[in-house]
Design a protein around this ligand. Sequence first.
Ligand SMILES: [Zn+2]
Length: 460
Amino acid sequence: MAKLKTTFICQSCGYQSANWLGKCPSCSSWNSFQEEIIQDIKSKQTGTNDASKPKALAEINANEVDRIKLLDSELNRTLGGGIVPGAITLIGGEPGIGKSTLLLQLALSLENKKVLYVSGEESEYQIKLRAERFEKYLSDCFIHSSTNLEIIIEEIKNIHPAIVIIDSIQTIVSQQVESTIGSVSQIRYCASQLIEIGKSLQIPIFIIGHINKEGLLAGPKVLEHMVDSVLQFEGERNTNYRILRTLKNRFGSTSELGIYEMTSSGLVGIQSPSKILISRRDEDLSGVAVGVSLQGNRPLLVEVQSLVSRTAYGTPQRNATGFDQKRLSMLIAVLEKRLKLKLGFSDIFLNITGGIRVDDPSLDLAVCASLLSSFQEKSISKNKCFIGEVGLGGEIRPSTRVSKRISEAKNMGFSEVFISKHSDLSENKNNRTTIKLSKLNDLVNLYSIDKISSDIKSNN
Ligand SMILES: [Zn+2]
């Protein structure tokens, strides 16, 4: 028997060390090192990776037009317009969030295409039961309940499907690697072999990977570097909405977002996501303001909620959910300096509703309006929407593609849209609904107490 070589590998980032270490020098996690047995796979593995990388790029250019279009328009969009032949996509998400449902649905909705669905998680019978909930059965879908990498690769060669789905990478084991199931070495080796077969046969492969509590893919981060695209499937367990976010995409934009609703017959793409992101409130609440964010090409109405309350003791808390904490601190500083607002003794909590995360400076104005509203305990009437970036001087800067944002706001029934004075409205002919502001003071002037109370009256 060949002499076994062992090494210590960080289970969260894949860093290797000859000795056990308490703290990983690469990703700083504690107690993450585990001894794993490696045979000569390391050299073999890097060799295959190096060989497939430059080849893949050449193939991308040649086949750019031959994407496989999906019926699922949300998935199409997040992938950048369909599946590229030979593309390896990693779909991450917490266990139970619906990754298997999403991909089984994809497998069954492809017309006249052979799909191989490999499951190490469920039996063929369980998958059949799940598939029966969906209405569409267009494809030739082969279910293979297996965890053995070598057998799976053999079946891919035999069947030569149009798409392969692996559910999940953490359950696949290779006999070439002596490490335990789900370890870094196993995951990395199995993924590299799957990537190799996918690239050489030009078969797109979807790999499901579970995410641990810290939001990292359980196992190595290196997996994210190996694949072409990384999609993250997220959502709160107690709601029916799910978000598919592009974290990496060699074949398209990473700012795209797909939104689904989990129904009894599977996941349904939501055509008008703004509707679900705006909470249905009956009474006027202070601290609520609506803004328009742009996700990829799609305008999305986003509700910002904030709570400004006097600090009971100690240092005031500043807490943002779904919004950048540093950006919030900056906006608070601007409000303090330019509007002489005394926020220094207040706890401030800010939340973007619907469980989404937004990195769009155009939301600044809505955030400021929401903070002001909570501070003054005056609600903003439901017909108002805010679009604009706020600068350090308190000036309101124009947003990109403002016309697109305004029309989404109008479609959703907002009759007063606050924008920067300098916005480019050339595309927007009917701009009677817009109110132009040049600095934050204009917003405060508009929001004098009288103005707001009359708004509330007119609503009742
Ligand atoms: Zn590490």
